[in-house]
Design a protein around this ligand. Structure first.
Ligand SMILES: Cc1ncc(COP(=O)(O)O)c(C=O)c1O
Length: 390
């Protein structure tokens, strides 16, 4: 009998320390997963541990100066013209809110997204993403998907999007800059710039879900920066708190915010625990550390060296591709039957990773990870993957 519905069945972790997780027997595991795009400054960071619980709750209908100060701080670091924050508690909630803002601001209904991309588990996020199963259908209406682009298919995908855009009634295009949960698939370089242009021409809100990629994960503070994208709306969570708090945000342009504030009717976005004072102070401290230490630069450097160490695995007959950007990486196997065996052996060797699909290993180490740990983790992966995939 399980009293808690959802948790894994493998190892009981009871503590963490920097880039390590510790199990109930005191065994230390190098954490190459970092909580799945969550960890920035590692576990039990002294600055984070020194913060006291504020012990205060202020309802969103009242004001607290720190909220406005923090929103201004986010406006300063966000790409493009993103200036106004909406508060929330998670990535799924951020995605819900982004879609509501786009519909309300444009008066249009359709949301276009990319097939195979995960955006969260709530109904809207599940419908725009991949979490809508037949058992829980129907989802939210007026959602349309275009294919995930590859080098060879990008023109076709863009043409299809243009056709949908010109058909009218499209409120927004929503996707991730890098297709993280789909197994770290990186879109062709000109894909998003071209798509964003079509959005602009047709009055379509361009939404980047940076829940997984934001705050340094891909080697830039925000992954949108890889292509100089200026989204109209950006969704944030995960690395926003580095795992120290339950928090999310939706950043919008001033123009978009004004459209919402000028609505005559009621626009529902009250979030009881959105930017709970204690959570907000922890998120702020985390983001300050990311900025102070320019952790995206470390993610870029360590990511490149990890990728260089692992790339030769592609020479093995059962490894299809090793790919990644910053501290975000996947190894795609050509034989599905090997994945569970590899995961079990890797864990046994003291390394934590996960899978993004039945044939894809996934990892996203804390952004602070240094060279020696990167090498130690790579050595374990190389040894075990070579054993199973030769
Ligand atoms: C890209 C992306 N968007 C949204 C979500 C949902 O975030 P949360 O689990 O905080 O609701 C996730 C979570 O994995 C994600 O990776």
């Amino acid at each position: 009998m399980k009293y808690l519905a959802d948790y894994g069945d493998t190892t009981d972790f009871v503590d963490g320390d920097g880039c390590f997780l510790i199990d109930k027997n005191g065994k230390r595991y190098l954490d190459f997963l970092g909580g799945w795009c969550v960890s920035t400054v590692g576990w039990r960071h002294p600055k984070m541990m020194a913060l006291k619980n504020s012990g205060v709750y202020i309802p969103p209908s009242y004001s607290w100066p720190e909220w406005e100060n923090f929103a201004r701080f986010l406006a300063d670091i966000a790409p493009g013209k993103l200036q106004v924050s909406f508060r929330c508690t998670s990535g799924s909630e951020a995605v819900e809110l982004a879609m509501k803002i786009a519909r309300a601001a444009t008066g249009k209904k359709k949301i276009v997204s990319i097939d195979g991309v995960y955006h969260g588990h709530t109904y809207g996020a599940a419908s725009v993403g991949v979490a809508l199963t037949p058992d829980i259908s129907p989802g939210v209406g007026e959602m349309e998907k275009i294919a995930m682009p590859h080098e060879k298919t990008a023109d076709e995908v863009i043409a299809r999007f243009e056709q949908i855009a010109e058909g009218g009634n499209v409120a927004a295009f929503l996707s991730e800059p890098i297709f993280t949960n789909a197994g770290v698939k990186i879109p062709p370089a000109d894909f998003y710039p071209r798509l964003a242009k079509i959005c602009k021409t047709n009055g379509i809100v361009f939404i980047m879900d940076e829940v997984a990629t934001g705050f340094g994960r891909t080697g830039r503070l925000f992954a949108s920066e890889h292509w100089n994208l200026e989204p109209d709306i950006m969704c944030l969570a995960k690395g926003f708190s580095g795992g120290y708090a339950t928090i999310g945000a939706v950043l919008v342009t001033e123009e978009m915010a004004n459209k919402i504030f000028k609505l005559k009717g009621y626009f529902p976005y009250y979030s009881t625990f959105g930017w709970l004072p204690n959570d907000m102070l922890l998120a702020k401290a985390n983001v300050e550390l990311v900025l102070e230490h320019k952790l995206w630069e470390n993610a870029d450097k360590m990511g490149r060296s990890l990728l260089a160490l692992l790339k030769p695995l592609e020479n093995l007959s059962k490894v299809k591709e090793v790919r990644g950007i910053g501290m975000l990486m996947a190894i795609e196997l050509s034989d599905k039957s090997l994945l569970q065996k590899i995961l079990a052996d890797v864990l046994d060797s003291g390394l934590v990773i996960d899978s993004a699909s039945a044939e894809t290993l996934f990892f996203s180490p804390p952004l602070i990870m240094g060279k020696d740990m990167v090498k130690a983790g790579a050595d374990i992966l190389i040894k075990i993957i070579t054993k199973h995939c030769s």
